[in-house]
Design a protein around this ligand. Structure first.
Ligand SMILES: Cc1ncc(COP(=O)(O)O)c(C=O)c1O
Length: 391
């Protein structure tokens, strides 16, 4: 991988040491230019008119997104965020009293709030599967928990608050054997690693553009397995998702676009397409290899510091490195790093309450590495943390 070239193509690399790639990564120039140039032309040509002129390119975005996860373009819906994508899928499922939703200890708050709301409305109930001793979800326990009431397996691939990668394909095998619908929140994994929806065996997958894919903010996507599309009707429909064919009748479209709404930002969609093409060009295998080895270096160096505790769990760990510093709050550490132009984020208990409470954690510092980071940047981050830990 030509890291120097990649950094030269990333304007932000000259400004900051960016370890907030699980928040929003630094986009390559091609992504920024695609968005900005489109918006500038839109102002001159007209919004509808320019979209017509870009019909082909906009259709190409579905192919680019599909290419990153091994899907078909008709299985992709483009939406404004990962949460919208996930919600569109989840709220299209029908639950009855006694139905069971199986999920993880590390579930993202937005997802868990939706489970609670649907449980309240329908009488379905939520069961949280335990973690294996190594930290990721326990696939054997999952297999034992499934019974005829299990309606949905809904897990995250990479949690919001720790470095682990859940065994998504092993879960897929269990889901397939049991014939249970499988929804995968891949918001934090897409762009970090090679992903193939057939290998994983999920029926539904949601993700965002702005994190490890390095696309613009304000756009995300949903994958719906072709065999599921016509089974699932979104909780709301507009004139893009369905056609008003007679005064008293409508027909829902038969591709994944039934989960979309008519209005969208073509600029952001094209930016997402450019980000997907860029990631495929760099190579998702090499991206995963470099990013996970840089994260190991960072974890190892922080681990050496007295007063610093690492909070990552899991047999397989990716680019997210979480830690705390004795006597310092997470926002304090974030602020001290920011003074040195080093970006990290913090995660508090209410983002992933079950896991954080089980581990007695109120907050962690989340430093998330990408393939364009360098060992020098890691050394700079570690030096600031070492200084804080000492005083
Ligand atoms: C695991 C996980 N799922 C979903 C989301 C939501 O993504 P978005 O903010 O794009 O809706 C996040 C955001 O941090 C996340 O960490």
């Amino acid at each position: 991988m030509d890291v120097d070239r990649i950094r030269a193509e990333t304007p932000g690399c000259a400004e900051v040491a960016h370890f907030n790639n699980a928040g929003a990564s630094l986009p390559p120039a091609i992504v920024v230019d695609t968005v900005v140039e489109y918006l500038q032309r839109e102002a001159r040509v007209g919004g509808y008119e320019l979209a017509d002129l870009h019909e082909e390119q906009l259709a190409g975005v579905y192919r680019s997104v599909a290419g990153v996860i091994g899907a078909h373009e008709d299985e992709i819906a483009l939406l404004d965020s990962a949460t919208t994508a996930w919600d569109r899928a989840f709220y299209s499922l029908r639950f009855e009293p006694g139905d069971c939703i199986l999920t993880t200890t590390t579930e993202y708050a937005a997802n868990f709030i939706a489970y609670l709301q649907v449980a309240e409305r329908t009488g379905a109930h939520i069961e949280v599967m335990p973690d294996a001793p190594t930290g990721e979800l326990d696939v054997d326990a999952l297999a034992d928990m499934i019974d005829e009431r299990t309606k949905l397996i809904s897990i995250n691939h990479v949690p919001t608050n720790t470095g682990l990668v859940n065994p998504a394909a092993a879960v897929g095998q269990v889901a397939r054997d049991a014939g249970v619908t499988y929804l995968l929140d891949a918001c934090q994994s897409v762009g970090q690693m090679p992903i193939d929806v057939d290998e994983i065996g999920c029926d539904l997958l949601s993700a965002t553009s702005r994190k490890f894919l390095r696309g613009p903010r304000g756009v995300g996507f949903l994958y719906v397995r072709d065999t599921m599309i016509e089974e699932l009707t979104p909780a709301s429909l507009d004139l893009h998702a369905a056609k008003w064919v007679e005064p008293d009748r409508y027909a829902v479209r038969n591709d994944a676009k039934r989960f979309e709404t008519w209005e969208s930002s073509p600029a952001l969609r094209l930016g997402l397409g450019a980000a997907c093409d860029y990631a495929v060009d760099v190579g998702l295998g090499p991206i995963w290899e470099r990013l996970s080895s840089l994260a190991d270096i960072l974890r190892g160096a922080l681990q050496e510091l007295p007063g610093v505790a690492i909070h990552d769990k899991g047999t397989v760990r990716g680019g997210i490195v979480t830690f705390s510093v004795t006597g310092r709050t997470a926002p304090e550490v974030k602020a001290a790093l920011a003074v040195n132009r080093i970006n990290v984020s913090t995660t508090s208990a209410h983002s992933a309450r079950i896991d954080m409470e089980q581990r007695g954690l109120d907050e962690v510092i989340r430093s998330s590495v990408h393939y364009f980071n360098t060992e020098d940047e890691i050394a700079a981050l570690v030096a600031v943390v070492a200084e804080l830990a000492e005083h």
